[in-house]
Design a protein around this ligand. Structure first.
Ligand code: ATP
Ligand code: MG
Length: 205
């Protein structure tokens, strides 16, 4: 065995020992995680990937035969690729019937639209036959005071015990973060839009 082979052998053995130690730690953590309950997951931050991550979980859930409902609190001017697909497999959608808030520029109208779609969200949050609920972009309704924070937190905390709730949107309220089981903050490292590239079908909507 020449020197290079010996070095490789030592490296392989060290790797094996390190992986065995890691496996022990991971196995212990898996064994300790025994609780089973509906989760509140918050996807926030300024980077791209919040709604797509939420839709990823909805797709994953539906793939396992679970039932899901999506409520979209801000509707863009373009159609939603996920809705086109997921409605076909039984996911219910409720969409706020105004455009982006900076398009409508009408606070009263936005509040009325937010309250109407919130009623649909409340129905889902009270329905034990729905396994996963996604409240897409609801964070803005709370930061603009379009919806009452206490009412939203109350409906989420009194939902059926096994129901999962996914919340997306920038600037998630502190109390929502405290209540959540899982929080991911997606940072904006760079985005094509900043380089003058328009939104791309299948990627951005
Ligand atoms: P996505 O739906 O792609 O997961 P998102 O939910 O994280 O995005 P939103 O703030 O809801 O982000 O933005 C929706 C739209 O704005 C998408 O078309 C997305 O590509 C775009 N977008 C997201 N983040 C940025 C950013 N940092 N700069 C510019 N455009 C962005
Ligand atoms: Mg989004």
């Amino acid at each position: 065995m020449d020197n290079t082979d010996k070095k490789q052998q030592v490296r392989n053995e060290r790797h094996k020992a390190r992986m065995a130690r890691l496996k022990e730690k991971v196995d212990a953590k898996i064994a300790a995680a025994t609780d089973d309950k509906g989760l509140l997951l918050v996807l926030t931050g300024n980077g791209k990937g919040k709604s797509t991550s939420g839709f990823g979980m909805i797709t994953r859930a539906v793939g396992h035969g679970l039932s899901a409902g999506v409520v979209q609190f801000i509707k863009g001017n373009w159609e939603c690729g996920e809705r086109n697909l997921l409605e076909k497999v039984g996911v219910s959608f409720a969409v706020m019937n105004t455009g982006f808030t900076w398009d409508t520029q009408d606070r009263e109208k936005d509040i009325a639209a937010a309250e109407t779609v919130w009623k649909e969200a409340k129905k889902l949050l009270a329905d034990p036959t729905i396994d996963v609920v996604m409240l897409d972009e609801i964070t803005y309704m709370l930061s603009y005071d379009y919806l009452d924070l206490d009412e939203v937190l109350d409906a989420i905390s009194h939902r059926p015990e096994q129901q999962h709730v996914i919340v997306t949107g920038r600037g998630a309220h502190k109390q929502l973060l405290e209540m959540a089981d899982t929080v991911s903050e997606i940072n904006n490292t760079k985005h094509a839009f900043e380089a003058g590239i328009k939104v791309q079908k299948g990627i951005d909507w």
